[in-house]
Design a binder for this molecule. Structure first.
Ligand SMILES: [Zn+2]
Length: 283
């Protein structure tokens, strides 16, 4: 979980302030042990991957979950807040979307140790207690199904607890997630079809994956089928800066045909009057 998150639109300012002013710096100064550690033994606190703000706290740690629950509970208890939206509710990218490899000068056709999290003491100890082996000593950690599942479940447990907190105030909770869930599992360890949240907003940024608009439909369809059991509704997340108004219309069409409950748009600075006209027409 990154120390960055947002509540719904009406509360975005308050919640960001809460995390940026209290969570991030406070955790860095008071709990350096909370930050995730990669297979090389480096903490995101000291060696953030990809970009210098990428510092992540470990969901396996009970004090981390208690801390985040406290923050989310404070937000959800506020009468002015209608609901809570989670972002960065995952591990750091073990593999970046294919379209970003060039930007970072990387070839990520395997899980490289410097991007593979979390091997902190608590994750290693908890997994060893459950499975009899320290994951750091596995011959090929990415191929160990139990170790992969452990990281998915660790995130899912946090989401489940946060959902219980928000629901205790009779308010909905949603999350922005990676595409899939097949890709989300592989890239960022989100098995979001197993999450009890009310709404999901998969970020179907086709250009990041070097894919076309039909891919948005395929990913929407996979997601809609995957959440049948959890009962969450799914709204395809469309990345406006890379969609012309005509492409936006097509992306809305394929999303609807694939069974999405709606669409959401990301990157408000990319919203033009022409995009708005397309959205009005679609409604
Ligand atoms: Zn950990």
């Amino acid at each position: 979980m990154s120390c960055a998150a947002a509540a719904n639109d009406s509360a975005r300012g308050d919640f960001q302030l809460l995390f940026d002013g209290c969570g991030d710096r406070w955790a860095m100064e008071n709990h350096p042990e909370w930050f995730t550690v990669n297979r090389n033994g480096n903490s995101t606190l000291d060696v953030p991957p990809y970009v210098d703000y990428y510092r992540w706290v470990c969901p396996t740690r009970a004090p981390v979950r208690e801390y985040l629950n406290g923050l989310i509970g404070e937000v959800a208890a506020d009468d002015r807040i209608d609901g809570v939206h989670l972002d960065y509710i995952r591990h750091s990218d073990v593999i970046l979307p294919r379209g970003l490899w060039d930007k970072y000068d990387l070839i990520q056709d395997v899980e490289h140790p410097e991007f593979d999290y979390c091997y902190c003491d608590v994750c290693r100890g908890t997994f060893e207690a459950e499975h009899g082996i320290d994951p750091m000593t596995l011959d090929d950690p990415p191929s160990n199904e139990a170790w992969v599942r452990f990281r998915w479940d660790s995130v899912t447990r946090l989401v489940t607890e946060l959902t219980e907190t928000v629901h205790s105030y009779d308010k909905p909770i949603s999350a922005a997630v990676f595409p899939g869930p097949s890709l989300a599992r592989r890239l960022v360890r989100q098995s979001w079809d197993e999450w009890p949240v009310d709404m999901l907003f998969p970020m179907l940024y086709n250009s990041f994956y070097l894919e076309d608009l039909e891919w948005i439909g395929a990913m929407t369809s996979e997601g809609v089928t995957a959440v049948t059991r959890s009962g969450a509704t799914l709204r395809s997340g469309l990345y406006l800066p890379d969609l012309t108004p005509r492409q936006l219309a097509e992306a809305i069409r394929v999303s609807r045909n694939a069974g999405a409950a709606g669409v959401s748009t990301f990157e408000m600075n990319g919203l033009t009057d022409e995009h708005l006209a397309v959205i009005r027409a679609a409604l």
